[in-house]
Design a protein around this ligand. Structure first.
Ligand SMILES: [Zn+2]
Length: 359
């Protein structure tokens, strides 16, 4: 089947996408077979039927998908490096010129991690080895595919004991692809438990940028805490901010960036599956600072174009709005100031917004 041309066929910036949710199914099959690890199918179609979906489900069903394929990748340096490299290739093919990819190093490790995830046997890949392997893959990809990539390390809400090490990894690899810390996972778990809070305080102290998954399925209270306590500069999702108009006004004033993921929000049950009534429309109409992102394209059978298509076809997004949101994404990205300026300029140039005297 021929693919329709992309809805926004110009350079794009993506800020919210999970490495472990953006793996090629072929690569999962390859390493499953090579390492003798059980997978629920042995063909690409069969595997996708099990690990991905395209109808609204609950967050619980979504999270269960990782259990099915992560054992094939976790605990193997070569596999980790390869998924990072292929991720960069995938994004370059989608017309993304700058991407920040996120993951939890502990969820790809099988040594010095407690508990060892995915029922793996103990091995020799530590969280530090994971970051090294990802970095290698990302940097090779950057060279080969002419795209800029940085990474964000995720703390998990239900594993506060990992957070002290995650912020240390952010410090150790600062600017060696790592630019920020994130907090992901089940929002019903109280965010501001002391380990997460301390990790975020340390991040702020050391000039590590901060984003937090908040108000996706959780309440506006989680967003409030993310901004006021964890000092998040960006919010992952944040759809539930509209429960608290005063908070929303505060965040608009603070120019907090919202990393919005339309297709994801429908499939995880974060928002009602009626795109014409989606909170994203309100962000757009209010001129909020936000971006469009794919989140977990492997599980959602999507590309970044899926999200732009939804925005155009169901939310009345125009070409001008797409340009504006990408420039907002670039201005809210976690690059160093001079690199950020260069990225913004590159976009404006590609969008025909640079006047000749600026050359
Ligand atoms: Zn996410």
């Amino acid at each position: 089947m021929e693919r329709a041309p992309p809805v926004f066929d110009k350079p794009k910036v993506e800020l919210h996408v999970h490495l472990d949710g953006a793996i090629k199914p072929e690569t999962i099959l390859h390493f499953g077979k090579k390492r003798g690890i059980y997978l629920p199918a042995d063909t690409v179609d069969g595997l996708l039927k099990q690990i991905s979906y395209d109808k609204p489900e609950s967050l619980t069903i979504f999270l269960q998908k990782f259990d099915l394929y992560m054992p094939a990748i976790a605990g193997d340096r070569e596999a980790i490096q390869k998924i990072a490299y292929e991720f960069v290739e995938m994004k370059a093919n989608e017309g993304v010129i700058y991407v920040e990819v996120r993951y939890c190093p502990h969820l790809l490790a099988n040594c010095d991690v407690d508990p060892i995830p995915w029922n793996q046997k103990k091995g020799d890949v530590t969280p530090d080895d994971v970051v090294k392997s990802v970095n290698q893959g990302l940097k090779e990809g950057e060279k080969d595919f002419n795209i800029k990539v940085k990474s964000i390390l995720c703390c998990m809400r239900n594993q506060p004991c990992w957070s002290p090490e995650i912020v240390e990894l952010c410090k150790r690899y600062k600017n060696d692809t790592v630019v920020a810390i994130d907090l992901a996972g089940d929002e019903s778990v109280i965010a501001a438990c002391s380990d997460h809070r301390k990790a975020y305080e340390e991040a702020e102290r050391c000039g590590i940028h901060r984003t937090v998954h908040a108000g996706e399925v959780g309440t506006s209270q989680v967003i409030k805490e993310a901004v006021n306590v964890l000092k998040a500069e960006r919010i992952g999702h944040g759809y539930h901010v509209f429960e608290d108009e005063q908070l929303y006004k505060q965040l608009l004033k603070q120019n907090i960036h919202f990393e919005l993921c339309p297709w994801s929000s429908c499939l995880t049950g974060a928002c009602k599956p009626i795109f014409e009534e989606h909170p994203i429309i309100r962000f757009m109409k209010d001129g909020a600072n936000y971006s469009l992102n794919s989140d977990d394209p492997l599980i959602f059978r999507s590309t970044i174009d899926t999200d732009y298509r939804i925005a155009r076809d169901h939310m009345k997004f125009t070409e001008e709005e797409f340009k504006k949101l990408n420039i907002n994404a670039a201005m809210s990205c976690f690059l160093k100031e001079e690199d950020k300026k260069e990225l913004v300029y590159k976009l404006r140039e590609a969008y025909g917004m640079v006047k000749s005297q600026e050359f």
